[in-house]
Write a new protein. Sequence first.
Length: 115
Amino acid sequence: MRITLMTPEQRDQLTAVLGMQHPAAPELVAATVACATGVLRSDVRAIAARLVEAERVLATTRRTLATVIYAANEGVDYDMSDLMWELEKAGVGIRAELDDAEAAATAEARAEALR
């Protein structure tokens, strides 16, 4: 499953709905999914599946970064394209985010040129 990330606006809206609620412990998430019944069950399962996938992506990203940083600290000659390749290979590529960053930087540079 490939997760479609929320936009910053969607995350802000969800954060506003959740208020100051602290994230649930993993065992509470599992218990809630196990106890859900009826129509709510499919909704809770879908939300839990999203949570599990987001946690997988985060863990894979962190593991890949740690591996690359460790290797670089040990003298392996890594550059940013190597990091991008390692992330892609791990299934957590950031090409779309990189394209967004490039577009934002280009727009900012154009706006600055007009000042």
